[in-house]
Design a protein around this ligand. Structure first.
Ligand SMILES: [Cu+2]
Length: 398
């Protein structure tokens, strides 16, 4: 038997040697790749050799652990042949469980502390605080359950490890225990889901969210690969649109038979006054995009043909957030959160939350959507005020 084990040991050594050779070749390639120019292919190759390196490193460690185990086993068997008492593997495995529990718990703690510092800063909107509270409650419950179950799992494995002194108690089934561990998680999950449902209704389905008009009504339209932002002019009303009116210049298909559209503004940045409710009208022109503003805890899909909206109130200005985070260059951002094509990564807009006065000042400097070129295209009479009859030949007859 000991001979057979030794053969296994030889086989293992051979595997280890070949893995080591392969690993060193990969490491050499990896080092070579980093010196080549950073083209896409080279970056890809580096990534995969990087992954290969860690996979091999893991296998190497696993093999080393296996070999150490085998050495112990050989020692153990030799002791037995010599009539000595062998090693108590049950105790060794039991202690390993405890070591794993302590190391694993520390790993989880380290991950919370290390990754936890990368979490988003405090929610910068009214509803965001509610969402964060819900997140923290769910997180708290799952973390407690996580640590309790791990302690129970590894603690029991240690406490009731195999021993010659006691016999395992045969305990195949217990309905009471089954009921307890089915009913308790069911109740907890039901509470979490219902709380989530009510919180979401509170955010989206209240009279304020549906009925009361928002202070500002802004169109956010996604297309491959940019966001177009349209603000209402002095009248506070956005002109209607129709996708059939979309042209190179009239990118959003604004209908200029609607007088509300004359003073609409096109903006490059999403600027919002603090503590004023904002209604974002969310639209898409080609594929599904997603309006994602993590600092405000806002995310809603932009679906072609299915206009939707989200109302929220920003509560922290960009300047305040900069002081809070001690980061002078901090900007709120609007991302696209659907992988919508090759230029998806580019769908990013700066969002700036400012005081009411700053907002009015900024608004007065924005360019009108109806610029001279578009006027020409639509053959509109330019009398400086856009009054009178509009000859919108492209507009629908409605
Ligand atoms: Cu997109």
């Amino acid at each position: 038997m000991a001979f057979k084990k030794l053969i296994n040991f030889k086989t293992l050594s051979a595997i280890l040697a070949s893995i080591f050779l392969f690993a060193s070749t990969v490491i050499a390639q990896d080092a070579g790749a980093t010196t080549t120019p950073a083209t896409d292919d080279a970056a890809n190759a580096t990534m995969w050799t990087g992954v290969g390196y860690y996979v091999l490193l893991f296998l190497l460690v696993a093999v080393i652990v296996g070999i150490v185990g085998k050495i112990f086993r050989v020692y153990d068997l030799t002791s037995q042949i010599q009539g000595k008492k062998g090693m108590n593997w049950n105790n060794i495995m039991g202690v390993c469980f405890i070591v794993f529990l302590i190391a694993g718990s520390y790993g989880a703690y380290w991950s919370f502390v290390e990754q936890g510092s990368h979490i988003l800063p405090a929610a910068a909107s009214i509803h965001g605080v509610k969402l964060d509270n819900m997140f923290m409650v769910t997180f708290g419950i799952t973390v407690i359950v996580f640590f309790l179950t791990q302690i129970a799992l590894f603690g029991f494995s240690y406490l009731y490890r195999g021993s010659d002194k006691r016999k395992a108690y045969f305990y195949p089934h217990n309905n009471t225990i089954e009921k307890i561990w089915t009913v308790i998680p069911a109740i907890v999950l039901t509470i979490l889901v219902i709380t989530g449902f009510f919180t979401w209704s509170e955010i989206t389905n209240t009279t304020d969210a549906k009925g009361e008009p928002a202070s500002i009504n802004i169109d956010v339209t996604g297309h491959q690969f940019a966001w177009e932002i349209r603000y209402p002019g002095k009248d506070g009303k956005l002109g209607v649109k129709n996708y059939r009116l979309v042209t190179g210049l009239n990118k959003l298909g604004v209908n200029f038979q609607d007088k509300n559209s004359f003073d609409d503004l096109i903006a490059d940045t999403l600027v919002l006054p603090v503590n004023k409710s904002v209604r974002l009208n969310i639209l898409a022109q080609d594929v599904i995009h997603s309006v994602y503003m993590p600092h405000f805890r806002v995310q809603l899909n932009a679906v072609p043909g299915l206009p939707t909206f989200f109302k929220f109130t920003p509560t922290i200005t960009t300047a305040e957030m900069r002081t809070k985070l001690d980061n002078a260059t901090f900007e709120y951002l609007l991302y696209c959160n659907k992988i919508c094509g090759g230029g998806h990564y580019n769908m990013k807009k700066v969002v700036r939350v400012v005081s009411e006065a700053e907002y009015q000042d900024w608004l007065s400097k924005q360019k009108p959507y109806l610029n001279d070129q578009l006027r020409k295209e639509l053959k509109m009479a330019d009398n400086g005020q856009t009054k009178g009859i509009v000859q919108n030949r492209l507009a629908l007859n409605n």
